[in-house]
Structures are given as structure tokens and as C-alpha cells.
Design a protein. Structure first.
Length: 403
């Protein structure tokens, strides 16, 4: 008996039967795969190639349209920020949604014109003040260094640099209005953003119905509830920031007038302080206060600058512990780490504009996560546990429609 016939599978078979089985096995091994297997492999390969080509084409088209995509994203952000106000004007006062959007646009245009009309003279006045007071500042610095440190400071280079800076500021203030009015590309982009945001905000119910028509009824209810609640809380967060900006800027304006700062400085500096402090997390508070304090130091002197600094410190504590919780109690309050990380991510993706948009976008994402899914009661834990903190009221997601 052969070696093949002596294997465990064939040791009981006759030699001729074992040999025939081995021949049949060899023939089956040499037979080609069925045609349907080859066709399946070919179809799979062609589909994979097609998917790769479509992805590459989509990436190329998105890269070519990156400017338009950025405009669309910014337009959506503006529309979502306006939606709570537009809905309120539509329901409470019976205004058409398009008219409500137009009214908000008119307010924004008036604010922009006011800012330009106030900011340009302020820049020119500041440049003149720097130019006029420059010799006194440098001589006072040199005398202080001589009295305290025992050696004078050579301020020749500083004088030249500050003189060049003041001349540059004066030239820029004369030319900035012409730059704004002649920026055809910027004007076209602003017009495009305004048109897209107008149509999104004015026709939001139609847009919602178009999305919901692709969903079963149970999912429609869940989708509508999540969208309405998230936009309401995000808009509330945005408007609470605007209210805080008004309080911060208004009080800063009064303090600047009390310390003797001219009106032409006080108005733009108060607006700058309020906007930067409320819409840029963490570092915005310091940036928003640093520039006004420096300008007050340059124009009014050391004592008014110290008074303004003391007011900033007191107001910041009052806002953190009293104003902000009251204004944000009915809206989305962002976790500090989320706000800081969102601002960094937005700045890395789209620069200063991305950092500004990051907070409302983070609020929207947080609202969607908070208002979707199930929530459960927290179990009783040991008082010594680090997690043993007072449990706040449960989120609205407990009452969310199931779907």
C-alpha cells in the first residue's frame, strides 16, 4: 500500500479506490474558480476604484469651492443666531419672517455705521495725543530710571519708533474709510453672507419640513424637538453674551467718562472692551481690558489708568459670581474647558473669525448632546467620593420624545 493509502483517511480503503480519490482531489484543486466568483471580484474592484475616484473628485471640488463653503458655513451661523429673535418677532408681533430679518439687518447696519463714524476720529485723536505727549513720556521714563535705578535710559530709539507709530496710525485713520468703501470683494462677500443668512432664517420652517419629510413620524418628532430646543438654547447663549457685552461696555463707558477720558475715546474703547471680554473666552477679558488701560495711561496718566484697572477687577468678579449666572440661567452655559478648547480649535481652523464662531458652535453641539438621548438618576454615592457634589436638576432630555 502506498504512502497516500497509509494515511488515516485511506488506510481502510483499497489501493485502487484511494488512488482514484487522490486523482479526483488533484483535479478539483486544478479546476478554475467559477465564473460568478470572477465577476464578483471584478465588480468589487471596479466599485472600489469608483468610490476612490468619487472621493478624490469631491475633495478637489471642495478645495476649489472652499471660499464658497466658508461663506455658507458663516451664513448658517448668522442665521442660527438670528432664529430665536426672528421667531419671537414673528409670533409675538405678527411680523413676517422676512420683515423680522430685515429689521435685524437694519439694526446691524446702523451699529456698523456708528462704529465707523466713531472709531475713525478716535484713532486720529489717539495718534495726535501720542505725538504730542511723546517727549514728556520719554523724559519722565528717563528721570524715573535715573532716580530709582541710578542710570538713565536712552530713549532715542523709542522716540523714533513711537513717532513712526503715531504717524502710521494717523495715516491709517485717514485711509481706512477709503479702504472699506473700495473693498469690492469684501462687500460682495458680505452681501453673499447676508443673502444666504436671510433665506435660511426667513425660510427655516420650509427647510425643516424638507428634512423631516425624509424621516418616519417618530423620528420627525424627535428631530424637531432636538432642533428647536438646541437652537433656542444656543440663541439664548448668544443673546446672553450680547446682554453682558452691553452691561460691561456701558459701565466701562461711564467709568471712562468719570476719570476724564474724552468721549471720542470712551465710546469705541467701551464697545471694544465689552465685545472682546464676552465673546473671546479667558484671554478676552485681559485683552479687552489691556488696550483701554494702555490708552488711558497714555492720554490721562497713571492714576486714571489704575482706577480703570481696579474697576475691571471688581467688575470681573461681579460678572463671574452674579451677572453671568443670572443671564445664563435659562440658556446654555458652556463648560470652561469646552469654551477654551473650542476657541483654540476654531482659531486653528479659521483664524480669529473661527475663534469668534467657536463659542456659539460649541454651544450648539453641547445643546444637541444635552437634549438628545436618555438620562438616568444618579445613584447614591459615598460622601467621601470626589463625585459627591450636589446634583443639579436633570436636563430637558428626560422629557424628550422617544424615537
Amino acid at each position: 500500500m502506498s504512502a497516500d493509502a497509509s494515511s488515516p483517511d485511506t488506510e481502510e480503503l483499497p489501493e485502487d479506490v484511494a488512488r482514484a480519490a487522490a486523482v479526483q482531489a488533484a483535479q478539483r484543486a486544478e479546476e478554475p474558480a467559477p465564473l460568478w466568483v470572477d465577476a464578483f471580484v471584478r465588480r468589487s474592484l471596479w466599485r472600489a476604484v469608483g468610490v476612490v475616484l468619487l472621493v478624490l473628485a469631491a475633495i478637489w471640488v471642495a478645495f476649489q469651492m472652499r471660499h464658497l463653503i466658508g461663506i455658507l458655513v458663516f451664513s448658517l451661523f448668522i442665521a442660527l443666531a438670528m432664529l430665536p429673535g426672528v421667531t419671537m418677532l414673528h409670533r409675538r408681533y405678527g411680523m413676517r419672517r422676512g420683515a423680522a430679518v430685515g429689521l435685524m439687518y437694519l439694526a446691524a447696519v446702523l451699529l456698523g455705521v456708528f462704529m465707523v463714524a466713531v472709531l475713525i476720529p478716535a484713532i486720529a485723536r489717539f495718534a495726535d495725543a501720542v505725538h504730542d505727549n511723546l517727549p514728556g513720556w520719554t523724559s519722565a521714563l528717563s528721570e524715573w530710571s535715573q532716580d530709582v535705578l541710578g542710570l538713565p535710559i536712552d530713549t532715542t530709539g523709542t522716540d523714533d519708533a513711537l513717532t513712526s507709530f503715531s504717524d502710521l496710525m494717523a495715516t491709517w485713520s485717514d485711509e481706512v474709510l477709503g479702504i472699506v468703501t473700495s473693498g469690492i470683494g469684501l462687500i460682495f462677500d458680505l452681501f453673499t453672507v447676508a443673502m444666504f443668512a436671510f433665506y435660511i432664517a426667513a425660510q427655516w420652517p420650509q427647510i425643516m419640513r424638507a428634512f423631516m419629510s425624509r424621516m418616519p413620524p417618530a423620528r420627525q418628532r424627535t428631530f424637531a424637538w432636538i432642533a428647536d430646543t438646541s437652537i433656542e438654547q444656543t440663541g439664548g447663549y448668544f443673546y446672553s453674551r450680547v446682554l453682558l457685552m452691553g452691561v460691561c461696555g456701558g459701565l466701562a463707558f461711564v467709568v471712562m467718562l468719570l476719570i476724564g477720558l474724552p468721549l471720542v475715546y470712551a465710546i469705541p474703547l467701551a464697545l471694544f472692551m465689552g465685545f472682546v471680554s464676552e465673546f473671546i473666552p479667558f484671554i478676552g477679558t485681559y485683552i479687552g481690558a489691556a488696550l483701554p488701560i494702555i490708552i488711558v495711561l497714555a492720554v490721562q496718566g497713571l492714576v486714571p489708568a489704575l482706577i480703570l484697572l481696579a474697576w475691571v477687577l471688581v467688575y470681573q468678579q461681579a460678572e463671574n459670581y452674579w451677572l453671568s449666572p443670572r443671564f445664563s440661567s435659562q440658556t446654555m452655559e458652556l463648560n470652561g474647558a469646552v469654551a477654551f478648547g473650542g476657541a483654540l480649535a476654531g482659531g486653528a481652523i479659521a483664524g480669529p473669525l473661527g475663534a469668534f464662531m467657536a463659542l456659539p458652535v460649541a454651544a450648539l453641539i453641547t445643546a444637541i448632546v444635552k437634549n438628545s438621548g436618555r438620562t438616568y438618576d444618579v445613584i447614591t454615592i459615598d460622601d467621601a467620593s470626589p463625585a459627591a457634589e450636589p446634583v443639579r436638576a436633570s436636563s430637558p432630555a428626560k422629557d424628550a420624545p422617544e424615537g
